[in-house]
Design a protein around this ligand. Structure first.
Ligand code: TMP
Length: 244
């Protein structure tokens, strides 16, 4: 059975390497859309549900994580996503919300499929099994040169780099190229934005894109009445990483 029928909301996912500025841009966009009266829900992957957050800590911070094989990693990301879709995203879309997701299924295609060299056929299959018919209406890929991305990772306060962040430059080159490749394959859904432009310029481009897309295809998204137009908080705040 489809997870969503007659969806009136929109799902917009943000993709890109670590340090590409996704989270900052999601915050700006959520504020902007909230002020315009839309019902906005922000989520991040992996996580967004109690189960998903537990899975996140296994993947990202588990001390035995370095022994995790790519297949296990793929299935854990898919499990967290399946839960998030059913618990949060599908109900929000059904009531007409705009859901902004910090990563979605393309992260698995790029990180596990292209980055970790898993066969793309099974990766796609598992991705689609996890999300059912809940697919992004638009995916914004923030593209930054690998060196910029790595520099930003290292500048992030005094955090210890997590398991994914400890990957080497070749891995991150593959991730970057993977997103650009995917955007060429799926130009209707994925739009690449130069993440090395100024924060304000990127914000401006995203707003223009969203305005075009919100009124396209299935008709305009209904705005909540101004009185009830409160932006929903992020489904779960990012847990603080362990300090060095
Ligand atoms: P982030 O919260 O900083 O984006 O970190 C999530 C990490 O998990 C990041 O390194 C990308 C990685 N990831 C995958 O490898 N596959 C996935 O499917 C998802 C959602 C994330």
């Amino acid at each position: 059975m489809p997870l969503i029928s007659k969806p009136v909301g929109r799902l917009i996912s943000f993709e890109g390497s670590e340090g590409s500025g996704k989270s900052t841009q999601i915050e700006h966009l959520a504020d902007h859309l909230g002020k315009l009266g839309y019902d906005v829900v922000t989520v991040r992957e992996p996580g967004g549900t109690e189960l998903g957050e537990q899975i996140r800590s296994i993947i990202v911070h588990n001390s035995k994580g370095d022994e995790m094989c790519p297949e296990t990693e793929l299935l854990l990301f898919a499990a967290a996503r399946a839960q998030l879709v059913r618990e949060v995203i599908a109900p929000a879309l059904m009531r007409g919300a705009i859901v902004l997701s910090d990563r979605f299924l393309d992260s698995s295609t790029v990180y596990q499929g292209i980055g970790r060299n898993l066969a793309l056929g099974p990766v796609n299959h598992i991705n689609h099994f996890a999300v059912g018919n809940v697919m992004p209406d638009l995916t914004i890929v923030l593209d930054v040169p690998t060196q910029v991305s790595l520099k930003r990772i290292h500048q992030r306060a005094s955090d210890l780099p997590d398991r994914m962040e400890r990957e080497n430059i070749e891995f991150y080159n593959k991730v970057r190229e993977g997103y650009l490749f995917l955007a060429k394959q799926l130009p209707q859904r994925l739009v690449v934005i130069d993440g090395s432009k100024s924060e304000t310029e990127i914000q401006r481009r995203i707003r223009t894109l969203i305005t075009e897309r919100l009124n396209r295809a299935r008709g305009p998204v209904v705005r909540a009445s101004k009185a009830s137009a409160k932006r929903k908080p992020a489904a779960r705040p990012k847990p603080a990483k362990a300090k060095a």
